[in-house]
Design a protein around this ligand. Structure first.
Ligand code: GDP
Ligand code: IMO
Ligand code: MG
Length: 421
């Protein structure tokens, strides 16, 4: 059996949570492989809305096993809040959720370091989610991290050593760290975590595959936030790409099957960093208002712009995308025309390959303008109902991206999803 991967092709918030939920009935196992509570994955069905941060989006279907894989960074306090809220709404999480012993723990002091690093950067700040993601992955890579498995033996000593190191770093930065209340909650939350099934998830997943079970991996963030290939340094601290599913779960590259690449019919970004097709005018505000483009985790305004096909082609290449999923086209339902960036103009020359730097002052997007479909599509059930202009827009994108669009999402609800033939 192969492992399918679903991941974002833009700067995150493409709608991954919604589609993982829709696809879950096809799978036995759903697994997160990177990121942490910087993610906010929204699902809507039966009139209810849920936002998941660390827990995979496959928990609401029919008892599939959900795994938090080794590549994830986990904040015990935020995990407990998320899990308790789900338990209150009737989800028996302990039956379906397994957590890797190798996940790295976000400590209270990691959150403080995240904030201190941002303050130190001043005007050049990343605009992180403030969840301690960067400092936790930094500790992982510098071989100073604490893993969930560490909490099972002789943990106090390890925790105290990590805490002292962080306090020294914070003090050197001129900070006066105060976190007694959070620390208290954090230590209790470790006990709460121990009530879940903590496993060697790489063995578990490979056993599932050997038994013929199917696995869907759920990406967090997006390709343009990838630590290697994103708009560095304005990125997150993990590999958000298909390769991240291999290292974040212990799945060999030759086990990867379909790669679902998900994108919005336009583009958004939250936090700092370059965004060549960003709109600062009324059109940008209109997209934000209709698309409710505010962060699921931080509530921050998302920056909005036109779809960027140069960046999408790059993301498709890096990830080996086999199928595309287009989200939120309904947001453009009232637009007279729609623009798509097909190339960048750099120093007077048209460039189609995503360049090393996408700083706005060096890049001018080259747009193609397409007619809008001017039709409310939100209640459509079948692609045969698509207006001609919308069908033409899809055809245009498929040709530009050389990859089929197999799913179109026309609203936030689970039901507002059209599977194409
Ligand atoms: P994720 O992080 O990739 O899971 O995406 P988010 O949940 O952060 O952001 C996507 C937002 O768009 C959420 O509020 C979803 O409920 C909403 N959404 C998802 N698909 C659609 C769609 O097709 N149309 C509209 N209008 N909203 C959608
Ligand atoms: P989902 O999974 C959108 C952005 C932050 C910031 C940068 C680094 O919901 O798509 P971090 O806290 O990771 O160190 O922040 O990455 N960012 C996201 N933007 N969606 C996300 O997740 C994001 N996770 C991080 O805004 O610019
Ligand atoms: Mg999100």
């Amino acid at each position: 059996m192969k492992v399918d991967v679903l991941l974002g092709l833009q700067w995150g918030d493409e709608g991954k949570g919604k589609v993982v939920d829709v696809l879950t009935p096809r799978y036995d196992v759903v697994a997160r492989f990177q990121g942490g509570p910087n993610a906010g994955h929204t699902l809507e069905f039966e009139g209810k809305k849920y936002v998941l941060r660390s827990i995979p989006s496959g928990i609401f279907q029919h008892g599939q096993i959900n795994i938090i894989g080794n590549g994830v960074v986990l904040d015990p306090v935020l995990f407990q809040e998320e899990a308790e809220a789900l338990e209150r709404s009737g989800i028996d999480l302990r039956k379906i959720l397994k957590i890797s012993k190798k996940v790295h723990l976000i400590l209270p002091t990691h959150r403080l370091l995240d904030a201190a690093n941002e303050r130190a950067k001043g005007g050049a700040k990343i605009g992180t989610t403030g969840k301690g993601i960067g400092p936790t992955y930094t500790d992982k890579i510098s071989r100073n991290g604490l893993r969930l498995g560490d909490t099972l033996h002789d943990f106090d000593k390890k925790y105290e050593a990590a805490k002292s190191r962080h306090i020294a770093m914070l003090t050197a930065m001129g900070e006066t760290p105060e976190f007694a209340e959070l620390e208290d909650k954090w230590i209790k939350a470790i006990d709460y975590l121990h009530t879940f099934d903590i496993i060697d998830s790489e063995h578990y997943i490979n056993r599932c595959l050997a038994e013929g079970k199917s696995v869907l991996c759920e990406g967090a963030q997006g390709t343009l936030l990838d630590i290697d290939f994103g708009s560095y340094p304005f990125v997150t601290s993990s590999n958000t790409i298909t390769a991240g599913a291999c290292s974040g779960l212990g799945v060999a590259p030759n086990k990867i099957g379909e790669v679902f690449g998900i994108f919005k019919a336009y583009c958004t970004r939250v936090g700092s960093g370059p965004f060549p097709t960003e709109l600062f005018d009324e059109t940008g505000s209109k997209i934000r208002a209709i698309g409710h483009e505010y962060g699921a985790v931080t509530g921050r305004e998302r920056r909005c712009g036109w779809i960027d096909l140069v960046a999408l082609r790059y993301a498709i290449m890096i990830n080996g995308v086999t199928q595309l999923i287009m989200m939120k086209s309904d947001v453009l339902d009232t637009f007279d025309t729609i623009k798509a960036c097909v190339a960048y103009k750099i120093e007077g020359e048209e460039v189609c390959d995503f360049p090393y730097s996408i700083e706005e002052d060096t890049i001018e997007p080259v747009y193609v303008e397409l007619p809008g479909w001017k039709t409310d599509m939100t209640k459509m059930k079948n692609e045969d109902e698509f207006p001609a202009e919308f069908a033409a827009y899809i055809q245009f994108l498929e040709k530009q991206l050389n990859t089929p669009i197999t799913i179109v999402s026309i609203g936030p609800d689970r039901e507002q999803t059209i599977l194409r033939k």
